[in-house]
Write a protein that binds this ligand. Structure first.
Ligand SMILES: [Zn+2]
Length: 171
């Protein structure tokens, strides 16, 4: 009776994988981040497909280890993590729940991603964005550094409440 065994196993694997969080933005699950692409169970082997976020984000190895360990902890003893590079991850894949979680933690969620496919403009000036301060909602914000503590975030300061905040970049 493989079907009766596989269906709950798939549900469990999906639930466990979806709850793994991003090591750099722990308020976001891999599901909310849009990194988790697919979970499949076949003959008791779990295959999780993930798509890396920002290139060069060292978080990927941690995500992979976390997925494997969490699934092993839930009784799966054959866990594989497959990395799918196409289609490329976009910050548009962050769910509405994920965006709310970012705001709840004082981070500014990414705006619409630039159109894919065309040449990527390379400029030394900071990208212009219309942001609202995640604390007070003011739109009087100024970029202080295009590279925050991690490459995927830019640093901003609110000119009304004067609080600095991090903005998760569009990609
Ligand atoms: Zn503010």
């Amino acid at each position: 009776m493989t079907t009766t065994r596989t269906a709950p196993a798939l549900e469990t694997a999906k639930r466990v994988a979806a709850q793994v969080t991003d090591p750099e933005m722990p308020m976001l699950t891999l599901a909310d981040l849009g990194v988790l692409r697919d979970v499949a169970v076949e003959d008791d082997a779990v295959t999780v497909t993930i798509t890396p976020t920002y290139s060069g984000c060292p978080a990927m190895a941690t995500m992979r280890d976390d997925l494997v360990h969490r699934l092993l902890d839930h009784g799966f003893d054959d866990v594989r993590v497959r990395v799918a590079l196409t289609p490329a991850w976009s910050s548009d894949w962050i769910s509405e729940r994920g965006r709310q979680a970012l705001r709840d933690h004082g981070l500014s969620a990414p705006g619409p991603a630039p159109a894919a496919g065309g040449p990527v403009p390379l400029t030394l000036r900071p990208t212009r964005r219309d942001l609202a301060c995640p604390r007070c909602g003011s739109s009087a914000t100024a970029v202080t550094s295009e590279f925050g503590p991690t490459a995927c975030k830019a640093m901003y300061r609110c000119e009304d409440c004067l609080e600095p905040f991090e903005h998760v970049k569009e990609i």
